[in-house]
Ligand binder design. Structure first.
Ligand SMILES: Cc1cc2nc3c(=O)[nH]c(=O)nc-3n(C[C@H](O)[C@H](O)[C@H](O)COP(=O)(O)OP(=O)(O)OC[C@H]3O[C@@H](n4cnc5c(N)ncnc54)[C@H](O)[C@@H]3O)c2cc1C
Length: 484
């Protein structure tokens, strides 16, 4: 059924005098959705399958928190826009603000990135549970927003033209219905929304699954040096080599700890064996991570995940989309997490939802227009992730076409240039942090710079600042081991 432009969807009337939004899922996208809609309804009820802890504790709804999470500046700025003061709260709680690439030691497939000094793009690094707890606290300060824990949404109420609420199942099996003027689905990577839509008679949903098959193994260490201003360290796989990809990273988090993830494609997947963790780090394209871990104390077991497939539902392309429903976050598109885009896409999408609500209110085709707006950042992150993943031989779901290979050659050329060109490095960072569209990389100045190539010679080893060298020396960690 298609939307008729002559007959805009009717404003939904219920017997209630007040308006209510229901958010499915109380993780990051759910909390940001609540923040986005709160000024446009009288109350927001978040339905969460599990308990939401008060503080930064791990919880079953977000098992991926065991793996390092970086929040890109595009996402941090969007969160700040929705919930002013959150970044300060996060930093106050021990998160780190890592200017890109000033505080990053990155071995890309094209070489070591220079530590350009700039402050416009950054990462926030923290344990994912800390990020969630700070955002949660900010959102739940608002008395209009409440959480119903231990409750699952099992279906959507309404019709293919309008969603009018959700069916609920509490932990004790009790079923109930909850009406809503707007339902925001933020139920994550395992969302059942396509089935729920089919039950309402909506069919023809297109989806993509592109699976590089990568596995993560992660562990937290007590850092042997102060994590204040300590850089993110990353050694990246080279998909062009034809060999299975091996990637690793050390991310400084709160309480003087390092969150370490080691990541491999089929044929090079890490294992959950503790004894194999550090030896795996030594198989990366450079030993810098292994050399540092040799001096750090492990605090946790090794945790693994294979939940890394790029999976996208094209809701925005459906011929009909019901009023009263919007999907956000991983429920729309989940990405290979190695590119660090999921939280940022959810946050930018939440801002887009708030903008559409501000101009359209709860009617006037809001849902469809919001869904299309949410697809914008999804598309950019999707093309960045899939554009890399299709070059691994083991990737399932899509093969690289000639156009894909040409594009990758250009991106590789850009990345090579970025190792010695501030201008190109900045343009790339702008796009990778989702602060600018992909077309930024086709600006005449960037194209010319790519043609000229790097203006400075390639670095042959990781660079550490004088301050970092002093920290290492004070901790008795030899620098020479860091040189290749
Ligand atoms: C290994 C790994 C590493 C990652 N690293 C990064 C990174 O560095 N940077 C980054 O930005 N992103 C990263 N991500 C992605 C990031 O974790 C997700 O993008 C983010 O959690 C999406 O949030 P969400 O709220 O959409 O979904 P989720 O965090 O998955 O939350 C879904 C919530 O919905 C609840 N729920 C589900 N179904 C129902 C239901 N029927 N009823 C009620 N409640 C329900 C769940 O309990 C859960 O609380 C990583 C992901 C993985 C797997």
């Amino acid at each position: 059924m298609s939307e008729s432009p002559q007959r805009p969807p009717q404003v939904h009337r219920t017997s209630r005098m007040s308006t209510r939004a229901v958010v499915v899922g109380g993780s990051l996208a759910g909390m940001l959705a609540a923040a986005a809609v709160r000024d446009h309804v009288d109350s927001v009820e978040i339905i969460e399958a599990h308990e939401l802890p008060d503080g930064p504790e791990s919880r079953p709804g977000v098992p991926q928190a065991a793996h390092f999470h970086v929040l890109l500046s595009g996402g941090a700025n969007a969160i700040e826009d929705l919930l002013p003061g959150t970044v300060k709260e996060l930093l106050g709680a021990g998160a780190h603000r890592v200017p890109m690439t000033t505080n990053m030691v990155i071995h890309s497939p094209e070489g070591w990135y220079r530590r350009w000094t700039r402050d416009s793009h950054y990462l926030i690094t923290a344990g994912r549970d800390l990020t969630d707890s700070v955002v949660r606290r900010q959102v739940l300060k608002d008395p209009r927003i409440t959480v119903r824990p231990h409750t699952k949404v099992t279906a959507l109420l309404g019709s293919s033209r309008r969603v009018t609420g959700v069916r609920l199942r509490a932990a004790d099996g009790t079923e109930a219905e909850l009406t809503a003027d707007l339902v925001v689905d933020a139920s994550g990577r395992a969302a059942r929304t396509p089935q729920w839509l089919a039950e309402l008679g909506i069919s023809g949903l297109a989806q993509d699954r592109i699976d590089s098959g990568i596995a993560y193994a992660s562990r937290i260490y007590r850092a042997p040096v102060s994590t204040e201003n300590w850089p993110v360290i990353s050694v990246q796989a080279d998909p062009r080599s034809g060999a299975p990809g091996r990637t690793g990273g050390i991310v400084p988090i709160e309480d003087g700890r390092w969150h370490v993830s080691l990541i491999g494609t089929p044929g090079a997947q890490p294992t959950r064996e503790e004894a194999e963790f550090e030896p795996y780090a030594r198989t990366l394209r450079h030993p810098v991570i292994a050399d540092l871990l040799a001096h750090a104390e492990p605090l946790t077991d090794v945790v693994m995940t294979h939940s890394t497939v790029n999976r996208r539902y094209y809701y925005e392309r459906l011929k009909s989309w019901p009023e009263g429903l919007v999907a956000l976050g991983d429920s729309v598109a989940a990405f290979n997490p190695v590119y660090g885009h999921g939280m940022t896409v959810a946050a930018i999408g939440a801002v887009a939802l708030r903008t559409r609500l501000a101009s359209l209110g709860l009617a006037n085709g809001l849902s469809r227009k919001a869904q299309r707006a949410i697809a914008g950042p999804v598309e950019l992150a999707w093309s960045l992730a899939v554009g890399q993943d299709i070059h691994y031989r083991t990737t399932k779901g899509k093969n690289a076409s000639t156009a894909d290979r040409l594009l990758q050659r250009y991106v590789s050329r850009l990345s090579h240039t970025a190792t010695g060109s501030y201008h190109v490095a900045t343009a790339m960072t702008e796009v990778l942090t989702l602060q600018s569209p992909g077309t930024t990389l086709l600006r005449p100045g960037v194209l010319t710079a790519a043609l000229l190539g790097p203006l400075r010679p390639q670095l042959d080893r990781p660079t550490f600042t004088d301050g970092e060298r002093r920290l290492l020396a004070d901790a008795g960690i030899p620098l020479p081991g860091l040189a290749k």
